[in-house]
Design a protein around this ligand. Structure first.
Ligand SMILES: Cc1cc2nc3c(=O)[nH]c(=O)nc-3n(C[C@H](O)[C@H](O)[C@H](O)COP(=O)(O)O)c2cc1C
Length: 251
């Protein structure tokens, strides 16, 4: 293990508010590798996240270089198979079923229905992203390709697979969320970008085949990590709730 000397010295890191405002999900990365010491430095900073009882109910599987590419290749193949299955007619589907159904084997359900209030926000965010990428609403193939980029980690050279304790339910997920935001801010402060990707929890097989996951831990999210490219998609800043939409008025 190295000591994080590749990172910026603490006195050049940006302030919390500046990082909160400027951090965005990065969906296009340079191929430049992230030095191992820098990954460790970011993870060390993120370990300052609060957790209930300080139990820190999360573990991280770090994949870079060839290992990340191997996992990506397997995930991409599974995704493509699932897409082909979705688009196939009955006969072809039956044929494909013989080779095994490409149904999700993740620990959590990543494909869900949102209640109407949230669904509107989900759709508006997706619409804005696709518009920026020049993808037309009816262009299913282009949408699928963009979705598929999740499984290439949007070109990031490093990906963090985040696991949380299965036994603490919502509170482990809450703690893990605080950890993920902490590492996103720590990465941003050091000139790197991240994208939290629940999509990477859809199929757990390729990750579990390459890491000994401690008993009782479930794959909840992936986080792509790398240097942001100059592509406009990285400046996408979807709208936030107004304070009125956020705060619940007293009776
Ligand atoms: C738990 C979680 C899972 C996410 N999963 C994905 C994902 O699978 N693919 C993706 O492109 N973005 C994903 N995102 C990024 C969100 O779309 C993004 O945070 C949101 O649109 C707000 O944009 P911003 O992060 O740029 O501020 C995820 C974010 C979180 C916190």
């Amino acid at each position: 293990m190295q000591d994080g000397t590749a990172s910026k010295p603490a006195d050049t890191l940006i302030g919390v508010d500046a990082a909160l405002k400027a951090r965005r999900s990065i969906r296009d990365f340079d191929a430049t590798p992230v030095p191992e010491a820098l990954v460790e430095d970011i993870l060390t900073a993120a370990l300052n996240a609060p957790s209930w009882g300080n139990v820190q109910p999360y573990r991280v599987a770090v994949a870079s270089g060839a290992l990340a590419q191997d996992i990506s290749r397997d995930l991409m193949a599974t995704y493509k198979r699932a897409m082909a299955f979705r688009g196939a007619g009955l006969l072809k589907r039956l044929k494909m079923l013989r080779g095994g159904i490409p149904s999700p084997d993740g620990d959590f359900n990543t494909i869900m229905r949102y209640p109407p209030e949230l669904d509107a926000r989900y759709k508006a965010t997706g619409k804005g992203l696709y518009e920026l990428l020049g993808i037309k609403r009816g262009d299913r193939a282009a949408r699928d390709r963009q979705m598929g980029r999740n499984f290439a980690f949007f070109g990031a050279p490093t990906v963090l697979f985040v696991f949380c304790s299965a036994d603490l339910g919502a509170y482990a997920a809450l703690d893990t969320g605080a950890f993920i935001q902490s590492l996103a801010l720590a990465a941003h402060a050091r000139g790197l970008g991240t994208c939290a990707q629940a999509a990477l929890a859809t199929w757990a097989g390729p990750v579990k085949a390459r890491f000994d996951i401690p008993e009782g831990y479930k794959l909840i999210c992936g986080v792509a990590l790398g240097y942001p490219s100059a592509e406009p998609v990285n400046a996408y800043a979807p709208k936030r709730r107004t304070l009125d939409e956020l705060c619940i008025a007293p009776k």
